[in-house]
Design a protein. Structure first.
Length: 154
């Protein structure tokens, strides 16, 4: 497995990946532990809300995205941690039976001014359902190691 460094994320690069099937059981299990609102837990109660049915917590959608990211590239990245999430938008509800995938676009990248061995990458993520609808977007900033130079590698 090749390590991905700062230089492997040029501005404009885009990739799609992932395939997560969302079930009512997963929605309810997540909600019971982390976001126990009625429209995430109970179909009957959810029918009485503006969602008109059971929907996943937005935070559940974030977690599903991050798992897809991990499988697609994070586990290979020379990551030094995240510098923050600038924005999350939930644009459509995620429902039982949805199939989600992710699209990642490198929105910005620059070498660190204070730490030349590191680079800063801004990722823009879209979570897309089986109907080609964007259900969530996220802007995330990551700190990555720069590729070691051939001179320094011995």
């Amino acid at each position: 497995m090749n390590t991905l460094y700062f230089e492997d994320f040029p501005i404009g690069q885009a990739q799609e990946y992932g395939d997560v099937e969302v079930s009512a059981l997963h929605i309810k299990n997540f909600a019971e532990q982390f976001d126990p609102q009625p429209f995430h837990l109970d179909e009957g109660a959810a029918q009485e809300t503006m969602a008109r049915g059971l929907i996943a917590s937005g935070w559940h959608t974030v977690v599903m995205l991050h798992r897809m990211n991990y499988e697609a590239f994070l586990k290979r990245m020379a990551s030094q941690g995240g510098l923050g999430v600038e924005e999350i938008k939930w644009t459509k509800p995620v429902r039982p039976g949805d199939r989600l995938r992710a699209k990642c676009t490198v929105a910005a990248a620059r070498p660190s001014k204070s730490r030349p061995e590191l680079g800063i990458v801004e990722f823009f993520f879209e979570v897309i359902n089986q109907n080609e609808e964007i259900v969530m977007t996220e802007k995330l900033i990551a700190l990555l190691k720069r590729r070691p130079s051939a001179e320094g590698a011995a």
